[in-house]
Write a protein that binds this ligand. Structure first.
Ligand code: AMP
Ligand code: MG
Length: 280
């Protein structure tokens, strides 16, 4: 298929503003919802096999794990990716965490305190619905901390992620990129669907009014926290089927780079089978 998904979606140096990237489905990959669905089904089975090996290895002492970080504006599909892609994995091997406005206890600690606690252990796949990046996004836009404090956080984040990488956690950061118009459609759809009313917060409209400031904050975060080891991927997310395909593809490539296999365990098969022989 030519270029890998990772090289297609990785943020380019000097080009970090969301407006520099398509939110609509580009030509690479599936062309429509039907093709996207077929491709996703195939990716999901492959992902499940990879995860099974990761989990098995974790149980046998391989320290590696994967952390999928999902960021994006309200309605961008962070929950959708969890339902459509992460659901390919056995839940026993998934560590899911969503980060809301910090509690009063969390606020008394460093911003990374609550994040550290959710880092996936060996063999697991961590999924962050929002993350430590909120502390340089909403916190910056809403001025919830001193500018000088926020300024230090970019390098704190890079150091933190470098430490994760060194300890065996592969960090995969996806920015779910939707357009301003698409968000309006999705917020309206939430109002029209009783099954989605519970997701509606009027605060989402307040954040929407700050859209350009959020985009600028994303541009800074994507620019300053995209490293060789843990780059940002910008996922065109106006089309859910495209978004799902792109993230599943990036995850599969990440797994394939890990060259996983089932752990070799020293078993005396003959003796064990003898012990399992029916009593005569
Ligand atoms: P949702 O993801 O729709 O459940 O909303 C969670 C809300 O928590 C969003 O409005 C986020 O901006 C907010 N949030 C998450 N992390 C932080 C943080 N560190 N500081 C302030 N607000 C946050
Ligand atoms: Mg919300």
């Amino acid at each position: 298929m030519g270029r890998s998904a990772r090289s297609t979606f990785v943020v380019q140096p000097g080009k970090t503003h969301p407006r520099d990237y398509p939110a609509d489905a580009p030509s690479k990959g599936p062309d429509d919802k039907t093709e996207g669905g077929t491709a996703l089904a195939e990716l999901r089975s492959k992902l499940a096999v990879q995860q099974d090996m990761l989990y098995a290895r974790g149980a046998e002492g391989d320290p590696r794990s994967i952390l999928l970080v999902l960021q994006g504006m309200d309605t961008s599909g962070k929950g959708g990716v969890t339902g459509d892609v992460v659901s390919a994995f056995n839940p026993a091997g998934v560590r899911f965490a969503s980060f809301k406005a910090p509690t009063s206890e969390e606020l008394k600690h460093d911003f990374l305190w609550r994040i550290h606690k959710q880092v996936p252990a060996a063999g697991l796949i961590g999924v962050f619905d929002r993350s430590h990046y909120e502390d340089v996004l909403v916190v910056k836009v809403r001025k919830l901390a001193e500018a000088s404090v926020i300024e230090q956080r970019y390098s704190r984040i890079n150091d933190f992620e470098a430490e994760l990488t060194a300890s065996g956690v592969t960090v995969v950061k996806c920015f779910l990129h939707i357009s301003f118009d698409e968000q309006r459609e999705r917020l309206l759809a939430r109002l029209d669907d009783p099954a989605k009313h519970w997701k509606f917060r009027e605060g989402d409209i307040d954040d929407r009014q700050l859209w350009p400031a959020f985009e600028d904050a994303y541009a800074t975060a994507l620019g300053r926290c995209s490293t060789a080891q843990s780059p940002w991927y910008v996922i065109p997310s106006n089309k859910k089927w495209y978004r799902n395909w792109a993230i599943a593809s990036i995850l599969l490539e990440t797994f394939e780079d890990m060259n996983l296999s089932y752990p070799e365990v020293d078993l005396d098969f003959k003796r064990l089978k003898e012990r399992l022989a029916p009593p005569n």
